[in-house]
Unconditional design. Structure first.
Length: 328
């Protein structure tokens, strides 16, 4: 199949368009693949790889020994929106290991949640490192460093024991040494590899199908607490909610999005060619619906993501994003 084209129409006239590449990999011996565009398209994995990066923390039992549960694990996999609930869980992890958010390698930015950001404005407060959407992951990784006796300083550097451990984890899932992959630096300061969408989808399919206790705990935490993994307005959270936890979803920057059946049936990866995030809702819902991976009731619940409206500064609807009809 061709890449998915998502268009913005204003007053019935096309104003913009985005190309979205994707692949759905079915689990099992057949291992069939359904591609939207070139499945070999390479992209940096960014935050979509967090469920894999956090597995060494889970296997070590760090959060459990600290008396922290599924909410902390969900935040460890999150690109959170900076609400008070998100920040409270992150702070609980840091408090448990006697560290501070100032030790995070990620920098500050405004909360993604509009209410939280406006609340800070009213109070005259500036965001700190804890407001970074990746702070939950950084807190959990620092907790692992403390548990293992590794240096806290430089935990984000490629040759730190933590990062070597994470690369071994990724290599096991990929079935090959990940060291030769192109490696860059994510927005939060952690290393991130570039690889084909096909490989991302295959790993997510295997992740969803795994019966390993550590993996199941990650899947359960994310699908049970979807708004901790992102936020109430996010595509990832709404996909997990609409499917009642049957689908695991995780976004990444620059238009990357990975999913898996929590029941082990399939995995998927998408990339918006120009790096935008707004076409992901229409493209992902379209792809899953086309392959009958969403039930009619689930598609209905996701209608606002399949055809998101564009509003002007007065809140008036002035356009709509949607998947271009075949042959359009």
């Amino acid at each position: 199949m061709e890449p998915i084209r998502v268009t913005l129409d204003r007053a019935g006239t096309r104003e913009s368009s985005h190309l979205v590449y994707g692949i759905v990999h079915e689990s099992g011996s057949a291992g069939r693949r359904h591609a939207f565009g070139d499945p070999q398209l390479t992209a940096f994995w960014r935050s979509s790889m967090k469920p894999l990066q956090i597995l060494p923390v889970v296997r070590d039992g760090v959060l459990g020994r600290l008396g922290l549960g599924a909410e902390a694990l969900a935040l460890a996999c999150a690109s959170h929106h900076g609400t008070p609930r998100h920040l409270g869980v992150v702070q609980s992890v840091i408090d448990a290991v006697n560290l501070t958010p100032e030790m995070f390698a990620c920098g500050p930015h405004r909360p993604f949640d509009d209410g939280a950001a406006r609340g800070m404005d009213r109070e005259g407060r500036l965001p700190g490192r804890i407001h970074n959407n990746c702070s939950g992951q950084h807190a959990a990784l620092l907790a692992l460093c403390v548990a293992r006796g590794w240096p806290v300083a430089g935990y984000h550097e490629p040759e730190h024991p933590l990062q070597r451990t994470i690369r071994r984890e990724l290599s096991a899932w990929l079935g090959e040494d990940c060291e030769p992959l192109p490696w860059g630096t994510d927005g939060c300061g952690l290393p991130t590899p570039a690889l084909p969408l096909r490989d991302m989808a295959q790993v997510f399919a295997a992740f969803g199908a795994s019966s390993e206790a550590a993996v199941r705990s990650v899947v359960t935490a994310m699908t049970t607490h979807p708004t901790l993994v992102s936020g109430a307005t996010a595509l990832s959270a709404n996909l997990m909610q609409a499917s009642s936890g049957r689908i695991l979803a995780k976004e990444g920057a620059e238009g990357v999005f990975c999913l898996a059946s929590a029941e082990g049936a399939w995995g998927a990866a998408f990339k918006v060619l120009d790096g935008a995030t707004r076409p992901l809702g229409p493209a992902v819902v379209h792809a899953l619906a086309t392959l009958s991976l969403l039930a009619p009731a689930e598609i209905e619940r996701l209608e606002d993501f399949a055809r998101p409206v564009v509003r002007n500064t007065c809140g008036k609807e002035v356009g709509v994003l949607s998947v271009e009809a075949h042959g359009g």
